[in-house]
Design a protein around this ligand. Sequence first.
Ligand SMILES: Cc1ncc(COP(=O)(O)O)c(C=O)c1O
Length: 382
Amino acid sequence: MRTAAGLRRATVSEAIPLASPVIGAREQERVLEVLRSGRLSLGPALGEFERAFAGRVGAVHASAVSSGTAGLHLALRAVGVGDGMEVITSPFSFVASANVALYERARPVFADIDPLTLNISPQATAAAVTERTAALLPVHVFGYPADLPALEALGLPIVEDACEALGAVHANGVPVGGRGHPAVFGFYANKQLTTGEGGIVSVADAALKQRLDSERNQGRAPDMSWLDHDRLGFNYRLPEIACALGLAQLEHLDQMLAGRSRVAALYREALGPVEGVRLPCPDAGGARRGWFVFVVQLPRGIDRDAIVRALGTRGIPSKPYFPAVHLMSFYRRRFGHREGEFPVCEDVAARSIALPFFPEMSEGQVRRVTEALVQALGGSRW
Ligand SMILES: Cc1ncc(COP(=O)(O)O)c(C=O)c1O
């Protein structure tokens, strides 16, 4: 028989995941339907998912692809990025948003971020424009919409990295993805909506949609005539099973987003009074975050690794998130980047940690994380 103390120990030591998808009966049903149909690629679920997703973000079209990275790559090609050109993007991002410029032999040029929203600063972006700038690639980091009107004023093609921003809304009330520029969403397992792996590009322009559809499928001719490839393409197709998963996820996306907002509010309430810990910026000016992760900035001078270790010993995963892209060893070697180039990004990147965050996280789990964090901060030297 388990004693009360034994039970408490078992609960306390139960690991909390960093992220956790919500997969239910509808996902199983829809995936099984595909398996039973025998049509596993380029079937009816693809178009159905694209239309449903486009409708959801207020876009005219959408092209589903095999990953967010694949979508960013195709979108950059679609707006004309190529050899020797420059793409201005954020150094505070997942590495893919910079890498995709390199796929086209273009140079990712970084511009520092706004200390509040953590999105690319329009002023720093304007200062980085040269005659070689072919596109801007803002990232709606942690689901908070970047300042698109200020970036649009620069008059350059824009590809939005919305991989973390499903459910976010711009200040003018337009959902992220519905502004007309190619906007790329990611469907990795920790995202607001998952297809396991996958992505989608929302677009307004029918010609762009056609180009994306062709290039994800080896450059096949738009009329799909058998094996006539009229341009260079890739295999960036999203399989039917993934599309079916995405369709089932769309059915309960609102509940999943509401779950994330609920958990964010619990964290905010619990961590708000903790001195020196900086929380994600609140929504302002009509813009709304599509909650993806809960990332806090620890006080300056704190030993972040010690905090991560202390949480880990209590079954609570956390991770430094994001490291600055320009300071990654590959980017240092390739472009000679050094500390001090983008001070706001570097300061934030040195202090940020992502805490466990998922739609079905319980109040008790949030309490366990926050209590452990407060205790670790109290016990660490700063
Ligand atoms: C900001 C950002 N950009 C791009 C990507 C790449 O998406 P994927 O992993 O689907 O290729 C991610 C995914 O984690 C991301 O967070």
